[in-house]
Design a protein around this ligand. Structure first.
Ligand code: IMP
Ligand code: MG
Length: 327
């Protein structure tokens, strides 16, 4: 399962460990470009600075006018040209953009105004960042971008499909953090499969865990893949695995999107790991804090003051008072 990733990050035995992006210092022509690069880095959106010059005008065989858009975002296959509000500049840039689109109809390019960067995010499915569920100043940093997650989930789907060649699978998701990961993983798997869910809860004030919603399907004799959002101490997964094993499935494996391996108290074999991450509280892509932040398309570390304050920063939907859902 070990492999090295295209961008130079190296896998450990079973999963890519999280690493900060290391973009080289660039000699930007304009402070706005520097600012934009920092903005993209924050959201872990990959970029290249002025990688391509497009010839726009020729005299005889000589190129007499070129256009080098400021940035290229390879994950979005999008060129970005930054501009100020100055009308003369906008007019000139708009003309170049028109010419570029005429000559190179397959090239995607946008002209964006300085400080309008967040508008760009909504194009990448980052719209949730701007709504009341999360203010950008509550994010310590983005750990995994939507594009990184998508690519890794596809990889996992391929691995699972290969390992289960010739058989069908029952995917068992542990609610509720699994919502998005399971939906994406299931569609990346090319084997026939059934989906079922269970939910576990902590009894208020005690360490005892119990199943609060059990499976609907019989799994005896089936190939079961337990799908988890995150393995931390391993206590919850150990509990779920014991319960599933008692039902005598033909096989039982585990796939976890995130692994905080250094926090493990119960030794567990996790067969498929999306990413090994540091020991920090993360939200997004299904993971919550007080039921919030699940709909963020990326996984991010919340600022400490957000989760260490007793009150959730924004009103959370009501949850049962006597029983706290474990996930
Ligand atoms: P464990 O029993 O300590 O392994 O905890 C696993 C469960 O705790 C996960 O399924 C999550 O519901 C929750 N959890 C652990 N770490 C995080 C986190 O960083 N963010 C959100 N939920 C977490
Ligand atoms: Mg939770």
């Amino acid at each position: 399962m070990a492999k090295s990733l295209e961008d130079g990050r190296v896998d450990n035995e079973r999963s890519p460990a999280f690493r900060p992006l290391a973009n080289p210092e660039h000699p930007f022509a304009h402070p706005a470009e520097h600012e934009f690069a920092a903005f993209l880095d924050f959201y872990r959106i990959r970029w290249q600075y002025e990688p391509t010059s497009f010839p726009l005008r020729w005299e005889d065989d000589r190129v007499v006018e070129m256009f080098a858009p400021d940035f290229y975002l390879p994950e979005q296959d999008l060129y970005v040209e930054l501009t100020t509000m100055k009308q003369s500049l906008v007019t000139r840039k708009n003309r170049k953009m028109r010419e570029l689109r005429d000559l190179y109809p397959d090239v995607n390019i946008v002209l964006i105004y300085r400080k309008n960067y967040h508008e760009l995010l909504s194009r990448f499915g980052y719209g949730a960042v701007d709504i009341t569920s999360l203010r950008p100043d509550q994010i310590e940093r983005v750990l995994l971008s939507a594009a990184e997650i998508e690519a890794r989930v596809k990889d996992l789907g391929r691995e699972v499909s290969r390992d289960y060649a010739g058989s069908s699978i029952v995917l068992v998701g542990v609610l509720k953090g699994i919502t998005f990961f399971l939906a994406d993983l299931a569609r990346a798997i090319s084997r026939p499969l059934a989906i079922d869910y269970l939910q576990i809860s902590h009894d208020a004030g005690q360490d005892v865990v119990h199943i609060s919603k059990d499976l609907d399907l019989e799994i005896t004799g089936q190939h079961v893949l337990l799908v988890e959002d995150i393995v931390n101490t391993g206590v919850s997964m150990d509990f779920v695995l014991r319960s599933l094993r008692e039902r005598n499935p033909a096989s039982l494996r585990v796939c976890a999107l995130l692994d905080k391996a250094e926090r493990r108290l119960v030794p567990l074999d996790v067969d498929y790991v999306g990413f090994t991450i540091p020991n920090e509280f993360v939200v997004g892509y299904g993971l919550d804090y007080h039921e919030l932040y699940r709909n963020l398309p990326f996984v991010c570390v919340l600022k400490r003051e957000v989760y260490e304050s007793d009150q959730p920063v924004v009103d959370a939907p009501h949850t049962a008072a006597t029983q706290s859902e474990h996930r």
